[in-house]
Design a protein around this ligand. Sequence first.
Ligand SMILES: [Zn+2]
Length: 437
Amino acid sequence: MKAPADLLLLPQWVVPVEPEGTLTDHAVLVQNGRILDVLPADAAQARYAAAQTVALPGRALIPGLVNLHGHAAMTLMRGFADDLPLMAWLNGHIWPAEKKHVSEAFVRDGTLLAAAEMLAGGVTCCNDMYFFPQAAGEAFLQAGMRATLGMIVLEHPSAYAMDADDYLAKGLALRDDLKEEPLLSFAFAPHAPYTIADATFDRINTLAEQLSLPIHTHIHETTDEIRDSVNQYGVRPLERLARLGLLGPNFIGVHAVHVSDAEIDLLAQHGCHVAHCPTSNLKLASGIAPVAKFAAAGINLGLGTDGAASNNRLDLFAEMRLAALLAKGASNDAAALPAAAALKMATLDAARALNLDDRIGSIAPGKRADLVAVDLQALSSQPVFDPVSHLVYVAGRADVTHVWVDGKLKLNDRRLVGLDTDDLTARAAYWRTKLTA
Ligand SMILES: [Zn+2]
């Protein structure tokens, strides 16, 4: 008698990420939202009776991509202020617009738009940091996308919260409300060392240890930020965080563009994770993070898009390709960040930074079924010697044809399932009018 399964997927290639490499003529079985088995296709059809079979000829099946750093609702500011350095961009444009317009409705609409964009491009999980995270959580749940919600903290007031204590209280209350949601997880998200006082970092550190949650913060993004820290605190931001005891295996440092060799050692010794956001770093002229050195030091690296206001795409295929190329060019070493490593950064290594690697990040029995089919049949993909190489250097998000999150179909033949694209377009137009009024 054959064993039951909900779903039998028959791609041309399975790229499990771990182990590294490609399986040909293999099947992936899904039952109750989790991966039940990965085995040769003929054996699968002999062993299992699946309620549904999806043939995926010419497709590579990969784990859902994990966006390790973003501000989803900022999709509504995509292209709003371009071609400016970070501080001029923040002070002159982004922060004033946020002060005036950001609300629960803004965050809900912007996050839903971001979730739709990410799902269509094969991103099934993201690590988010923005105001009104409860509205973001509602949007991710509506979209059926996995997310780590940042309990955002700043010292300065916003429409969302008055002061650091208020931000923290609201974040913790949100976590209490939603912590049983299987698609959601939580992280502390103190914005950056230049917006957070020592006492607040202390509190966050204690809470993060008590609750075993990640701390997700921007760090060493620009030289200005480092100079200001030396003037105000007498030390560079990473040294300040080290003295406060914040560095550890639950620390996700975003950007880390300007770091000395000693600071790389510091991050490595503490088992910190780095979210590398190459497009955002180039667009804001922040610089190029020393990714090859991070990798050599054994630092766990993930990839992030950052917000759509500084990218302007939420496209992890673009980030994989750029990360691999920049790592080589910046280190004069063509062997730096090979394709398989770039793909792992965008999947399993990012999941590890979020402490979700027991659930997602690779195609392995027992993990949740976050799966993405990528079409390698286009003329521009011919011939296919190595699907992993093509995933990073050739394919793009437009080649994503099917996406499942927790075993549920989210993209079917390049069409989003359960999301009204006309409505999303209309909402984006509404906010564009408001932001330019
Ligand atoms: Zn950011």
